[in-house]
Design a protein around this ligand. Sequence first.
Ligand SMILES: *Cc1c(COP(=O)(O)O)cnc(C)c1O
Ligand code: SF4
Length: 316
Amino acid sequence: MKSAIRDAGELCRELELPADLASMAAAASFRVFAPRGYVAKMVPGDPDDPLLLQVLPRVAETSDASGFVQDPVGDLDASRAPGLIQKYRGRVLLIATGACAVHCRYCFRRHFPYEATPRTLEAWRPAIDQISKDNSIEEVILSGGDPLTLVDSLLEQLVGELERIPHLKRLRIHSRLPVVIPERVSDELLAWLTGSRLTPFVVIHSNHAREIQGDVATALSKLIHAGIPVLNQSVLLRGVNDDVESLVELSRALVNLRVVPYYLHQLDRVAGATHFEVPVDRGLQLIEQLRSQLPGYAVPRYVQEIAGELSKRVLA
Ligand SMILES: *Cc1c(COP(=O)(O)O)cnc(C)c1O
Ligand code: SF4
């Protein structure tokens, strides 16, 4: 993470692109953060590279569009304690950290007030107490930000506290780190995940087949060979994966590695992400085409998050 690119100009230079491709105003509102290994998977000189589009601030982000808001999915209304969000029965989401290993331009939490979320075991205490008191909760989802940006010792402390809560059965980790910094899938991490009393699930986040090759494929295989179920969620993004070939290739690459294509999300309408939106009608068409080309298990559920509903809404 220390060596990641944090400057839009540097990102353009690195990829032999003109510096004015980046919008400094957009970078100022959500700064650039792109690990070098991820950037190395981009094609130099291609301004439309599907990996680049996910991290390069563009002028389109600063155009305000009605209906695109700061908190599109009602996270702030669903807060049960500092850093603890519950929307669905039986599972709670713990914002383990505000830090991410990549800044995705379409992120629905790009405006989330992370400064107010806990960073130490002490500060997590109210969230842990809340989980202890409610025995309808079976699963804790570590999210963020990206929980795997925390050092193992802190994660171990947090999960150690969770393991002491008898009604908790599963620990789910939502992380983009195995994709953007695959070195994070270390033997220590595997030992810790497989040694937990809680049944682990890892949900990665990849939007394009080119992201999960080489070192990333190796890292995912390590998780899978350790017996940890790995699921993938993607966001349907204009210019990145809104064509049938990209989605088919992504699903194939995933299932060949034994990663389950779990969700394809309709974009959450967060301010700054207007230009990534693909109409739901088009998404439905794409899913139908995927079904005609892939085994059923390789077709992700196409879902949309609607604030206030009891689960993600399944569109197809
Ligand atoms: C998406 C989400 C979950 C997980 O939903 P699943 O359908 O179980 O994957 C849990 N909590 C919150 C707040 C969420 O936004
Ligand atoms: S929370 Fe996830 S989608 Fe958002 S910037 Fe971080 S890694 Fe990207």
